[in-house]
Design a protein around this ligand. Structure first.
Ligand SMILES: [Zn+2]
Length: 179
């Protein structure tokens, strides 16, 4: 069985009610899209077709999800699995409040950055597992992940690039250099 299919099956057992839904078929996500366009002054227009998003027990995916290579879906689902567990731990209303609003919705979103650090650490580990330990050490990959924190993708959630770089390198230090 593919790694991806095994993970879907394992998550179904771990999180009763877990499901994967296409984002463009969800009214909620179309509303989130328009809200994001508004609060980011039009800079964030790619929510519906660029981001996989977990809310509660549901992972919402872009319409091209099934066309992705299974390994890429696997790495992304490992990230989303962390969010599924965060929602289970904190409950949906608490998680949503912490993730979206505190202490600020944009520019300094400490909780969002912490939740995403936990999830991206899993992304880094999964990428090393699938594509080899050198993959997350590539400068372009490292920069891509760090930019998620300091750039507009998540509303400039943590603007201190040096601290995000330190976090990234601490995670890398826990990833073996040989397969
Ligand atoms: Zn995430």
């Amino acid at each position: 069985m593919e790694r991806y299919d095994a993970l879907v099956r394992a998550l179904g057992a771990e999180i009763p009610g877990f499901r994967i839904v296409r984002k463009d078929r969800s009214r909620l996500h179309r509303m989130i899209h328009y809200a994001l366009v508004a609060v980011t002054f039009g800079r964030m227009r790619s929510y519906l077709d660029s981001y996989q998003t977990t809310i509660g027990k549901t992972v919402y995916v872009t319409s091209d999800w099934d066309d992705w290579p299974a390994d890429r879906r696997y790495v992304t689902l490992r990230h989303e699995a962390i969010h599924l567990r965060q929602f289970r731990k904190y409950t949906l209303p608490v998680m949503a409040l912490l993730y979206v609003l505190l202490p600020l919705p944009l520019g300094l979103a400490w909780f969002r950055a912490r939740f995403e650090q936990e999830a991206y650490a899993e992304t880094i580990r999964a990428a090393a597992e699938v594509w080899g330990p050198e993959h997350p050490r590539r400068p372009d990959y490292r920069k891509y992940v760090i930019d998620q924190f300091v750039g507009p993708s998540y509303g400039w959630m943590w603007p201190f690039r040096r601290s995000v770089e330190r976090w990234y390198d601490q995670v890398l230090a826990t990833v073996d250099t040989v397969r």
